[in-house]
Structure formats: structure tokens, C-alpha cells
Design a protein around this ligand. Structure first.
Ligand SMILES: Cc1ncc(C[n+]2csc(CCOP(=O)(O)OP(=O)(O)O)c2C)c(N)n1
Length: 537
């Protein structure tokens, strides 16, 4: 069998239905085999988007996302997307073409050392030297990408290797010496954690994206409700617990809700699950107070205790460990603690929101009320990201995607495309700023080509709003290189790509337009004109 056919057959074994990519000479044997397979190929407009779309697809489905590109510039264009997925623990398998094996290292046309370049941003990567190894490598790649802490795995395949013939035999199992993720959690540590929990007056759970990776939302809800423990979350933990749960508190960190940070500081026991406790999550709260006990649960042993001193470390799968906690824990006496939390939250909700112009916070609150419970929202980076994170409510089966770790502008549109292709019947909304949109504008072409009815919500403040705000706070409002005064007519551009659109300048107009867009079930582009001085928080 041709090695390229063997690659496709292996992908079929892994139940891959869709690949996001961009072809070129060094990946053509692979494309020639893909041509006759049942796997759908989505031709994006830029390789970076191939990785982001595969990531959106992976987040939506919970499966491994797959993307591909040719050697050299195709492969290097993928890097930002790979690094974005790596920082957010998203499972991807990336297949790149490489120049002919005999020419590697000779700086031939379109050669780039992509395994070297992606070494820091991949969970593992392979440069295939022997065609016969391909099925085994693919089996391993999917296993590594999706097991333990998920992440991207890259397979770089020289073009001559793709053209060879091999004996095809897909392995049934993998055995990778030195790679054995721990799922169970140490029984003694779980017992100690339960004892500490029992003695606690003000327990609090803080969750991150690890809950979503581990598909442990149900177990989190069961545990929080059974033990009566309130839950805060990081940016990546949005959606881990529905916001209408009585135990839901809010987001922590520099851009989180102030009451959430206050509650973290007041708690006497903090149980951190599936979060690396990144700098943005801890900013704004003075962890630790001396009397606080910290239990840190994570599947990646390298994360436990990395950013925060831990009283009880537990390495294991969040789903598994939460189940153990639920089974073994009794209801805690947290009524007074919960009452205090609810009072604090109420004070916050009385805050009046400005009603002039389009108020992004109000707009996203309104969107929460009118969108269905299956909707997926992909937010970009900047003020728009945090407006969405703080104001769009996650309930039912709603999902929220964003580039939390790397903070990559231009992420949301291709990620929304990946999500929509995974679930064509779901409402998919892309929230983006005028800077970020222009980083992936060409993907409107992918939307047109594939007839995707995505709603794009552009918050246009004619600024790189987030950076401008930093210049306000830290550089005495000495603005430099943050204005986008000559933005194009975005609605016209959207229309040129077949997407109907409207520019709205008032809250009322926004509300009417978004309701119309949601009920028409057609793709729509809404440009909201936002006051450039509007703050993030
Ligand atoms: C690829 C990339 N380049 C630069 C940045 C730095 N950065 C963070 S937020 C931001 C401004 C984003 O502006 P815009 O997309 O208009 O959104 P807004 O903040 O106005 O909502 C910039 C430049 C980044 N996060 N990603």
C-alpha cells in the first residue's frame, strides 16, 4: 500500500471525519490519498486558521482535531495555532509535509525544521524516517494528544516517505515507555483531602479548563451540590459549572469578578482542580492567606505546586477524583458561608450598566438571554474577550471557547468555523474586536465556501482597545500605535463574502438585530459601534 494511503487509513481507524488544511508540493501524496477518502477536507485561507479551526472542532466535539500543511512556510504558519492549542491543552494531531529526506538540512526550497521549531509547543513530535513506522506513529500520536493532559502532537513526513510502499498493519494498542498518565489519584492523599474538607468552615473549589478536558462537568456539579461547596473558575474554566447552579460564584483573576477574588481570599480551604493557576488567575487576589489549605488536583504532575504552594497535591484525572470525592464526602455546613457569598454577589449585580451607544457588557448579557442552551461562543482576545467572559452566561450545554493561555488575536473566527463544521445545527457566535477580525478576515472565504451560518459579533471601537487601556493605566494615556481610525467598511466586506450584515449604533438596534439573526438561523455579521473609552471591567 502507498504510505500516503496508509496515513489516511490510519486516520480513518482513529475515526477522523474532518481535516483542516492547505496543500503544497511536499504534502501532495497525502492530499492525493485524501482525495478519494471519506474524510472531509476543509480548505482554509491561512494555515494558522487550520490549527485554530481544528482546535475549535476539538473543543466542540471533545475529539482530537486534525490539521495539515505543506513544508516550509505552510508548516511555520501553523506554529501560532499549535502554540495556542498547547497552552490551552487542546488535543490536535498536525500532519506536515517535509522536503525529500535526502535534502533535509540542505536549505532546499521550502525547507523548515518544523519539529525543531515546534518542540516547545507540542506535547510530542515526530520526523518520520521510515515509512513502515507510519501506522504506529499515528496510533501513538492520537493516544498522546488525547490522553493525560491533552495537547498537540505533530508528525512531519518527508515527501519521498509519503510515496513509498509499505505493508499496512494498524496497531491495536500503544506502549510508550516513560509515558503513563496517572488517572486514579493517590488514595491516601484523597483521604487526607477529605479530612481537611470536613474540618473546613469556608471551603471553595476553583476550577480551570482541566474540568472541560476531562469531561468532568457532571462530576463537578454532583460534588459541589452534594457537599455544598461554592465554585469559582478561571477564564479557561468558563462552562465547567453552569452559571445558574446555586453553587456557581464567578470568574477569578485580574479580569474576574471582584467578589470571586474576595471569596478566594476569605476561604479557609481552596480546592484547585484542572488549572495551572496562571498569573492572570492569581492576579487580583492575594493567595495565600496563611491559614488557607490548598488541595491541588491535576493530571499533569508538573502543574501541581508549580505556581502555588500546595498543602495536599493530588495527581490524577479530574473526573475520577471528583467521583471519589462525591462518593466519600458528606454534606458540609456551609449555609452561613453561602449566604455571605450570595450577599456579595447581589451587591455586584445592582451595578448599573451604561445604556448609551452599544454597551458590550449589556449586549452580551442580552445575548445570554436570547440564545439557546446549545450555543457555542468563540471569543477573540482583547476587551471583547473579557466582555464576553464576564457577561455571557453559560448554562445548559452552552460552550465558551477562547485563547486563554497564549492570548492569540485572530483565534475566534477560525475556531468558530471549526465548531460550526462539527455541529452545523448549533448556533455558533464569534465575538471579535476590529483588530482581531483583521487578523483572520480572509476566513470569511471559508465561511462562504462552506455555506456556514455563523453569527459574527464585531465590537468596533476603532482601537486596539485592550492595549490602549494598558497605555491609559501604565503610560499616562500616551497613546501610540493603537488607533485604527481608517478601518474599512466591515459590513461591505462581509456582504462581499455573502454574509448579510448591519452596523448598529444603539443598544435597541443591537437587540433587534441579534434577535432577528438568531431567529432567521442564517449567518449574519453585526458590527457594533463601541465608544473607544469603554472599559474592560
Ligand atoms: C497575535 C497577537 N498580537 C498582539 C496581541 C496583543 N494584544 C492583546 S489585546 C490587543 C488588542 C486587541 O484589539 P481588538 O482586536 O480591536 O480588540 P479590543 O481589545 O478592542 O476588544 C492586542 C494588540 C495579541 N494578543 N495577539
Amino acid at each position: 500500500m502507498r504510505a500516503s494511503d496508509a496515513i489516511i487509513k490510519s486516520l480513518e481507524e482513529e475515526k477522523v471525519h474532518m481535516i483542516f488544511g492547505y496543500p503544497g508540493g511536499a504534502i501532495l501524496p497525502f492530499y492525493d490519498s485524501l482525495r478519494t477518502s471519506n474524510i472531509e477536507h476543509i480548505l482554509v485561507r491561512h494555515e494558522q486558521s487550520a490549527a485554530h479551526s481544528a482546535s475549535g472542532y476539538a473543543r466542540a466535539t471533545g475529539k482530537v482535531g486534525v490539521c495539515t500543511a505543506t513544508s516550509g512556510p505552510g508548516a511555520t504558519n501553523l506554529i501560532t495555532g499549535i502554540a495556542t492549542a498547547y497552552m490551552d491543552s487542546i488535543p490536535l494531531v498536525i500532519i506536515t509535509g517535509q522536503v525529500d529526506s535526502n535534502f533535509i538540512g540542505k536549505d532546499v526550497f521550502q525547507e523548515a525544521d518544523i519539529t525543531g521549531a515546534t518542540e516547545p509547543f507540542t506535547k510530542h513530535n515526530y520526523l518520520v524516517k521510515n515509512a513502515q513506522d507510519l501506522p504506529k506513529i499515528i496510533k501513538e500520536a492520537f493516544y498522546i494528544a488525547s490522553s493525560g493532559r491533552p495537547g498537540p502532537v505533530l508528525i512531519d513526513i518527508p515527501v519521498d516517505i509519503q510515496k513509498e510502499h509499505i505493508k499496512y498493519d494498524y496497531p491495536k494498542s500503544v506502549n510508550i515507555p516513560g509515558y503513563k498518565p496517572t488517572y486514579e489519584g493517590h488514595a491516601g492523599q484523597v483521604k487526607r483531602a477529605l479530612q481537611k474538607l470536613k474540618a473546613s468552615q469556608k471551603p471553595l473549589i476553583c476550577v480551570g479548563g482541566g474540568i472541560i478536558c476531562a469531561k468532568a462537568s457532571k462530576e463537578l456539579k454532583d460534588f459541589a451540590e452534594k457537599a455544598k461547596i461554592p465554585v469559582v473558575h478561571t477564564l479557561m474554566g468558563i462552562g465547567a459549572l453552569p452559571s445558574d447552579s446555586p453553587y456557581y460564584v464567578g470568574m477569578v483573576g485580574s479580569h474576574g469578578h471582584s467578589f470571586s477574588n474576595q471569596i478566594v481570599m476569605e476561604s479557609d480551604l481552596l480546592m484547585i482542580i484542572g488549572t495551572r493557576v496562571g498569573d492572570r488567575a492569581t492576579a487580583g487576589m492575594k493567595l495565600l492567606n496563611e491559614k488557607q489549605n490548598i488541595i491541588h488536583v491535576d493530571i499533569d504532575p508538573a502543574e501541581v505546586g508549580k505556581n502555588i504552594d500546595t498543602t495536599i497535591p493530588i495527581v490524577g484525572d479530574a473526573k475520577n477524583i471528583l467521583k471519589q470525592f462525591s462518593n466519600k464526602c458528606t454534606t458540609l455546613q456551609t449555609d452561613a458561608w453561602m449566604e455571605k457569598i450570595n450577599q456579595l454577589k447581589e451587591t455586584y449585580h445592582k451595578e448599573e450598566l451604561d445604556a448609551s451607544h452599544v454597551n458590550p457588557k449589556k449586549a452580551l448579557n442580552f445575548l445570554s438571554k436570547v440564545v439557546d442552551d446549545e450555543a457555542i461562543l468563540a471569543a477573540d482576545v482583547g476587551q471583547n474577550q473579557l466582555w464576553a467572559a464576564r457577561n455571557f452566561k453559560i448554562k445548559g450545554n452552552r460552550k465558551f471557547f477562547t485563547s486563554g493561555g497564549l492570548g492569540t488575536m485572530g483565534y475566534s473566527l477560525p475556531a468558530a468555523i471549526g465548531a460550526k463544521l462539527a455541529f452545523p445545527e448549533k448556533t455558533v457566535i464569534c465575538v471579535v474586536g476590529d483588530g482581531g477580525l483583521q487578523m483572520s478576515l480572509s476566513e470569511l472565504g471559508t465561511i462562504l465556501e462552506n455555506d456556514l451560518n455563523i453569527i459574527i459579533l464585531l465590537f468596533n471601537n476603532s482601537r486596539l482597545g485592550m492595549v490602549r487601556e494598558l497605555q491609559d493605566i501604565h503610560y499616562e494615556s500616551n497613546y501610540f500605535s493603537v488607533t485604527l481610525n481608517k478601518n474599512p467598511d466591515f459590513v461591505k466586506i462581509a456582504e462581499a463574502y455573502g454574509l448579510p450584515g448591519k452596523k448598529v449604533t444603539s443598544q435597541k438596534e443591537f437587540e433587534e438585530t441579534i434577535q432577528g439573526a438568531l431567529t432567521s438561523k442564517k449567518g449574519y455579521f453585526i458590527e457594533c459601534v463601541v465608544d473607544s473609552d469603554f472599559s474592560t471591567l
